[in-house]
Design a protein around this ligand. Structure first.
Ligand code: F3S
Length: 107
């Protein structure tokens, strides 16, 4: 199993999840972050850290969010490792809680 970052992270990217991860499993894009399923140790520590409630266990993904499992795995192969918390994206407040942000994902 793995944990998966979903839509709520897009355009927010608070990165609190990065600091708590004991497995260095996060990979960073411009306006989204993903978990490398090959590195995730299924601890779940990142889940309560995310202010956007964007992280779910693979087994708890809704049908609408299931495609994020594949997307995390795909982008984890392309994006660089992130090891420390960074400031959130400027203007994240206007994106927080908005549904269906996938069209705004920058690869
Ligand atoms: Fe994204 Fe939440 Fe981490 S917004 S960067 S999954 S703390």
């Amino acid at each position: 199993m793995t944990y998966v970052v979903t839509d709520n992270c897009i355009q927010c990217k608070h990165t609190e999840c990065v600091d708590i991860c004991p497995a260095d499993a996060f990979r960073e894009g411009k306006n989204f972050i993903v978990i490398d399923p090959d590195e995730c140790v299924d601890c779940g520590l990142c889940v309560p850290e995310c202010p956007e409630e964007a992280i779910f266990a693979e087994s708890e993904l809704t049908t609408d969010d299931e495609h994020f499992l594949e997307l995390n795995a795909e982008l984890a192969k392309e994006w660089p490792l992130i090891l420390e918390k960074l400031p959130p994206i400027e203007g994240y407040q206007s994106w927080s809680g908005k549904p269906n942000k996938l069209a705004h994902l920058e690869r």
